[in-house]
Design a binder for this molecule. Structure first.
Ligand code: C2E
Ligand code: CA
Ligand code: CA
Length: 764
């Protein structure tokens, strides 16, 4: 007999074996029927064999029933090998029962034929055969063994009856067995298909589930009635559900409402989300909706209307991306050091503010610029400079409000905007409060630094909303404040505009003067303090303006620096100084001032070399004066150029010492020859003992560092006497020995000896 069991997958086979044990109660009913019919046969025929069969069948039936019942617990653990053993055992017990039922048939048909008994036996056996198909389809061997053990004795009995009809009937049992087998096979096939299909469906569902719950996005699928039919774990979690079953059956609105109830969505966001998502769902095609949850997370939804009215909403937690974008946006609009709005953002903000509201109101704009910030930066380093900027920003930021906006405009420059001021007086009071707050000092990394600033401001009606023009006017006012000695602020006046224009004219005039070669160079004597004779002179540039007369180099040199043409002036002075110096007696040298900007490109060394060789001047007769600002400006390689100049053979003097923040001990690492102490140190020595001490201290320190010392700005005999009697600098320079002369003038006085006393002025 073909064994179909091997055709089915193992798990299906196990299921089939399990099905054998499913309907145990029918075994009990069967056992009773099997016993009752032979018992009736015994009552009717009084033949003991029927009584024995009745008892035997009852016993076998109960035996099978009890066994099947006791097996239930172990069936769950079935695998394909143990299933085989259980099946065999089941078949054996079934075969015993089948055999006794067959025997009952044999006895009633052949041994003790009786019409009633024969009918009874046929009914019982047919019933059993039918139920074997219904219950035991799971094992084709069982169906075969049971029907054979049952039908074989019956077939034998029929054939033994000998007459044609009975023999024929007996033979017919053989195809009958096949019909039974076939029916069982059909049932099993149908069931096998169902089981396989369910298993496939389960597998599909499992895969679907897996895919759904391992994706990083949240997914909710809405069915035809707009209710959730699928939601994955991510979606459930994000929406505040405990598991992915809970959202099922809800509408979009109820999902969002739950978000509100759980405190994840504000009611304002709820309305927005509902409107946007509903629209996105009806439009189809992934329109994205970004929602900010109250816990700070950002979810980006995208909706898609699919086939069969299934709409899908997916969403991602895009918090990181949104935060990164926000950070980038912030970085583009705010200054990283102070966290104040930067220039671009400030201008935009002010434009918007001015365009809104009452156009007749007055607005104010102020520029604040730290005084001498560059020296702090250059001498104490950028971290300290940054610290100062930060401290000032902090103080300014205290005043920020709806009405007042503060920004770091760049470098050491800040701007303050006032969205509404009553009048200039009101502005004065408001801004002066801010400005006064700035005054003071702050400790940055152990340096007590003054937070001193200058300011310029303008007040205009909102309707003139030209921010750039306001900036220019504030700058002009600032410029004026700086001119007037810093540490204060000015309000813009129309006259400043004129001054600005004048300045522009002056610039173009300066350019023309350089082109026309009309700048002149004069020489101020520098006197040796021991011999009281001239030992050199300082070349100073002069500009005689055709209309304005003599213009001070303190005016036009910064102008030239601003215009980027100061090195043209340096060349003129260098060339002239070297040319003239050759004509003077050997013991006279010449000093030339170089600007910090001269060191912005490396050509300065070549320029000096060229001037020397053009004139044929010995390098040691030329001295270059540089300020400490130039030396410490680390945007340039000044110190490297100084070293190179030193190699050329020229001397290097540090000019205006004492006006900045530098410390000599640091500067001394540079190959300097001389320090020129600024005239401001002399001013107070007459009455102030401390000033005297300070001056003496600086001179001694310079000496100890191996530097020669020149004191500038000597104007009185008293000052000269003090210098001669105290610590004696090497050289002195100042109006006491005359202001700058022409080259010929220097030649004339080259042998003159100055008196140290006013009683002998002019002798020589
Ligand atoms: P500086 O280098 O300190 O030059 C000395 C300035 O002090 C000169 O002013 C000089 O006339 C002035 N002075 C001399 N003796 C006395 C005195 O006893 N009392 C007072 N109060 N002042 C005195 P000047 O010529 O107006 O030059 C001003 C500044 O302009 C110079 O200061 C220098 O920094 C710059 N400068 C002048 N010529 C040139 C140049 O050719 N190139 C560069 N880069 N800068 C120059
Ligand atoms: Ca100088
Ligand atoms: Ca000087």
């Amino acid at each position: 007999m073909a064994n179909h069991d091997s055709d089915v997958p193992k798990d299906v086979y196990v299921q089939f074996v399990r099905s054998l044990f499913e309907s145990k109660n029918i075994l009990l009913v069967g056992a009773l029927c099997h016993a009752v019919v032979p018992l009736m046969a015994y009552v009717r025929t009084q033949r003991p064999i029927f009584a024995i069969l009745s008892v035997a069948l009852l016993g076998i039936g109960i035996w099978r029933y009890l066994w099947v019942r006791s097996s239930q617990a172990q069936l769950d653990l079935l695998n394909d090998t143990s299933a085989r053993k259980w099946e065999n055992n089941y078949i054996f017990k079934g075969a015993v029962q089948g055999f006794f039922l067959g025997t009952f048939g044999f006895v009633s048909i052949y041994l003790y034929p009786d019409q009633f008994v024969e009918l009874g036996a046929a009914a019982v056996n047919l019933g059993s055969l039918i139920t074997v198909v219904g219950r035991n389809y799971g094992s084709s061997r069982m169906v075969f063994v049971f029907s054979t053990t049952l039908l074989a004795p019956i077939a034998l009995a029929l054939i033994l009856r000998g007459d044609l009809a009975h023999v024929f009937l007996g033979i017919l049992t053989i195809p009958f067995i096949f019909v039974i087998m076939r029916s069982a096979d059909e049932v099993r096939k149908i069931l096998a298909r169902a089981v396989t299909e369910r298993r496939n469906a389960d597998q599909l569902a499992q895969r679907f589930d897996r895919a759904l719950n391992t994706m990083s996005q949240g997914l909710v699928m809405f069915g035809p009635a707009g209710r959730v039919v699928v939601a994955n774990a991510q979606a459930a979690q994000a929406l505040g559900f405990q598991n992915s079953e809970q959202p099922l059956g809800r509408t979009l609105k109820s999902l969002l409402m739950r978000g509100v109830a759980g405190g994840l969505l504000s009611s304002k966001d709820f309305r927005y989300a509902q409107a946007q998502l509903t629209r996105a769902l009806s439009k189809g095609q992934g329109k994205r909706v970004l929602l900010r949850l109250t816990d700070g997370r950002h979810l980006e939804f995208s909706a898609r209307e699919g086939k069969d009215e299934l709409a899908v909403v997916t969403f991602d937690d895009v918090t990181q991306r949104v935060e990164a974008e926000e950070k980038i946006r912030h970085m583009a609009r705010y200054d990283s050091l102070t966290n104040l709005p930067n220039r671009a953002h400030f201008q935009e903000m002010v434009k918007d503010l001015m365009a809104a509201g009452d156009q007749n109101r007055l607005c104010g704009l102020a520029v604040v610029d730290l005084d001498d910030f560059k020296s702090v930066n250059d001498t104490l380093g950028h971290p300290v400079g940054d610290g100062l900027i930060y401290a000032v920003a902090e103080r300014l930021a205290e005043f920020e409000s709806d009405n007042v906006k503060v920004s770091r405009f760049g470098g050491d420059e800040f701007t303050v905007f006032f969205n509404r001021v009553e009048d200039e007086r009101d502005f004065y009071v408001q801004f002066d409060e801010i400005f006064s707050r700035l005054r003071g000092s702050v400790d940055i990394a152990g340096h007590m630094l003054p937070t001193q600033a200058s300011g310029g401001a303008v007040v205009t009606p909102a309707r003139d909303s030209d921010v750039d023009a306001m900036m220019v006017k504030s700058d002009l006012a600032l410029y004026r404040a700086k001119e007037q000695g810093k540490n204060g602020w000015r309000l813009f006046e129309a006259e400043m505009d004129q001054a600005f224009r004048d300045r522009q004219t002056l610039k173009s005039d300066l350019r023309s003067a350089i082109r026309a070669n009309s700048l002149r160079v004069v020489y101020q004597p520098i006197v040796d303090i021991k011999s009281m004779r001239i030992s050199g002179c300082e070349a100073l540039c002069r500009w005689n303006h055709p209309e304005l007369g003599a213009i001070s180099p303190s005016v036009f040199i910064p102008l030239a620096e601003e215009m980027g043409i100061v090195s043209e002036i340096s060349t003129i002075v260098l060339e002239a100084a070297c040319r003239e110096c050759v004509r003077w007696p050997e013991h006279l040298g010449v000093s030339v001032n170089l600007s910090a900007k001269d060191f912005y490109n490396g050509s300065v060394v070549d320029k000096v070399r060229e001037a020397l060789s053009n004139a044929g001047l010995a390098p040691h007769r030329l001295e270059i004066e540089v300020t400490e600002t130039a030396l410490l400006d680390d945007r340039t390689s000044t110190s490297q150029y100084i070293e190179e100049l030193k190699k050329v053979g020229v001397r290097i003097a540090l000019d205006d010492f004492g006006t900045g923040y530098s410390s000599l001990s640091y500067l001394h690492t540079l190959p300097l020859d001389r320090v020129k102490i600024d005239g401001s140190f002399l001013r107070d020595i007459a009455g102030d003992a401390r000033s005297r001490q300070l001056l003496i201290g600086i001179i001694n320190l310079s000496r100890n560092l191996g530097l020669a010392v020149t004191v500038e700005g000597v104007e009185t005999f008293e000052q000269l006497r003090f210098l001669r009697e105290s610590t004696k600098p090497d050289r002195v320079q100042g109006f006491l020995f005359g202001s700058a002369l022409t080259s010929t003038g220097i030649k004339t006085i080259s042998d003159m000896e100055w008196s140290t006393d006013e009683r002998f002025v002019g002798t020589g």
